[in-house]
Design a protein around this ligand. Structure first.
Ligand SMILES: *[C@@H]1O[C@H](CO)[C@@H](O)[C@H](O)[C@H]1NC(C)=O
Ligand SMILES: *[C@@H]1O[C@H](CO)[C@@H](O)[C@H](O)[C@H]1NC(C)=O
Ligand SMILES: *[C@@H]1O[C@H](CO)[C@@H](O)[C@H](O)[C@H]1NC(C)=O
Ligand SMILES: *[C@@H]1O[C@H](CO)[C@@H](O)[C@H](O)[C@H]1NC(C)=O
Ligand SMILES: *[C@@H]1O[C@H](CO)[C@@H](O)[C@H](O)[C@H]1NC(C)=O
Length: 132
């Protein structure tokens, strides 16, 4: 069943997120780079090209999963919106077109590689100049 499988994915994803936060204190070769941008309160315009950057200054020697995936999160919920996929987690940045989602001010991004880490909250707004 599609829906069940999908929910299961989110349960796993959430478990990883909860798990990911205290990680910085421990020594392990799970690479959970800190998201540097977007910063809290940033604004993205739908249709604009945006990039997300993360700190790759000290990757472990071995990375279990070097392929990154970037998802959108709203409030506490990871959305079924992939902003970018199949990029190197060691690249430190990825760019993409901001998708047409409901404008709001509680979006964040989730960066997955070995594990997940998320950004502070920012806003996504419609292109106001495009509607006039
Ligand atoms: C990136 O992480 C390193 C330590 O791993 C830290 O020294 C450095 O300040 C961080 N850079 C930024 C821009 O946060
Ligand atoms: C998630 O998005 C993909 C691609 O847009 C779609 O094929 C899939 O049905 C969606 N799943 C759910 C549960 O909404
Ligand atoms: C992911 O990237 C690799 C290397 O760039 C490429 O060989 C592969 O076809 C890509 N996979 C998808 C699904 O885009
Ligand atoms: C983005 O990543 C590429 C290498 O993957 C690097 O050359 C470039 O300087 C990075 N840009 C920014 C803004 O971090
Ligand atoms: C916003 O709309 C204006 C006018 O239609 C257009 O020129 C501009 O490229 C749009 N910007 C984005 C980010 O889509």
């Amino acid at each position: 069943m599609y829906f069940t499988t999908f929910n299961f994915f989110f349960v796993i994803a959430f478990a990883l997120l909860v798990h990911a936060h205290p990680v910085s204190l421990a020594v392990r070769d799970v690479f959970v780079p800190e998201v540097l941008t977007p910063k809290a309160g940033d604004t993205w315009v739908i249709g604009d090209t945006q990039s997300v950057t993360w700190n790759v200054s000290s990757p472990p020697a071995q990375i279990t999963n070097p392929v990154g995936q970037l998802l959108l999160r709203k409030g506490e919920l990871t959305q079924n919106v992939t902003l970018a996929g199949n990029f190197s987690i060691l690249a430190g940045n990825v760019s993409f077109i901001v998708p047409s989602v409901t404008p709001d001010d509680d979006y964040s991004v989730v960066l997955f590689g070995d594990s997940g880490n998320f950004s502070p909250e920012f806003s996504i707004v419609a292109n106001v100049s495009g509607t006039s």
